[in-house]
Design a binder for this molecule. Structure first.
Ligand code: ATP
Ligand code: MG
Length: 296
């Protein structure tokens, strides 16, 4: 049974449809990448899955099956019990996702307290463990500091620490590395890989970077503006050859590692393997034409 199954999700903002027909699944321990251009609805999907849509949004249709439960019909009260403990979110914007007037230690401690941990000493020990676990040097000092005293990469790690604090079964990481330089990006992605290996956590990795998706995920779901191509292991799930995207994100050629039988190697790049290339006849950057074909 899948850990998460989303069927035909539709969301509107102020009555205007932002996404529809979104379907995807995540197996236990699997990393599924969600790729797509800016505005295609990746964050909206991520937030809808855990009931964190803003007040002007409505979930118009769809089922969000998490284990045996359909979260789509759940109240905020019930969803609060799932958030953090079962599904962790690493939000897209590290600069605005931490409370500026609370220390890092207090914010991480709050996550543990909300979910029932009462002993102050245990909370402190666990907070320091978490900060060490995400590779922050000198956890004692970091715990005392405020968000503005940390670099972007450090704040991103704190958000990952908050997401893994309760060892959820699924982490939704919304562009966890978009604001980071290449070296820190790699470290954060390595950290997510390690956590998955260590705890068997499944990851829904939202990214606009096909290279990251290719190397870091088992499967890729392609999202296009206000429409959705369902994630699958077969190249035919990709947009048709010659289809256009207005975003410039399809520049990467995902490598395809295959075993002696020709089947994709487990643990290697995603098994859908497709090559995207830019047509020489394409127009300007805003309406570039990209073509997809399966890799050999
Ligand atoms: N709070 C909001 N109110 C109104 N419209 C919104 C709101 N948030 C998002 N939208 C709209 O919904 C659509 C999807 O936005 P979303 O943020 O989910 O895209 P995204 O794929 O995450 O983009 P990005 O890659 O830039 O993060 C966009 O058209 C956006 O303008
Ligand atoms: Mg987004």
């Amino acid at each position: 049974m899948s850990l998460l199954e989303v069927h035909d999700l539709a969301v509107s903002y102020d009555g205007r449809r932002a996404l529809h027909g979104v379907s995807l699944s995540v197996e236990p321990g699997e990393v599924v990448a969600v790729v797509g251009g800016s505005g295609s609805g990746k964050s909206t999907t991520a937030h809808a899955l855990i009931g964190l849509l803003p007040a002007n949004a409505t979930l118009d249709a769809g089922r969000i099956l998490f284990g045996e439960n359909d979260l789509a019909g759940w109240s905020q009260h019930r969803l609060r019990a799932v958030r953090g403990s079962q599904i962790g979110l690493v939000p897209q914007d590290p600069a605005n996702s931490l409370d500026p007037v609370k220390s890092i230690g207090a914010q991480l401690g709050e996550v543990l307290r909300i979910h029932g941990e009462r002993d102050r000493r245990t909370i402190r020990t666990r907070v320091l463990d978490l900060l060490a676990r995400v590779g922050l040097p000198d956890p004692e000092t970091r715990a005392r500091q405020y968000p503005h005293e940390l670099s972007g990469g450090m704040r991103q790690r704190v958000l990952i620490a908050a997401a893994i604090a309760l060892r959820p079964r699924l982490i939704i990481a919304d562009e966890p590395t978009s604001a980071l330089d290449v070296t820190v990006q790699r470290r954060v992605l390595d950290l997510i890989d390690d956590l998955r290996a260590e705890y068997g956590t499944a990851v829904l990795l939202v990214t606009h970077d096909l290279g990251v998706a290719a190397v870091r995920s088992d499967r890729v779901v392609v999202m296009r503006t206000a429409a959705w191509s369902s994630g699958a292991r077969r190249p035919r799930s990709w947009p048709r050859p010659g289809s256009t995207t207005r975003s410039g994100c399809w520049t990467t050629r995902p490598p395809c590692r295959r075993g002696p039988s020709g089947s994709p190697v487990k643990g290697g790049p995603p098994s859908w393997c497709a090559t995207w290339s830019r047509s020489s006849a394409s127009g300007g950057a805003r309406s570039a034409r990209w073509t997809a074909r399966p890799s050999r």
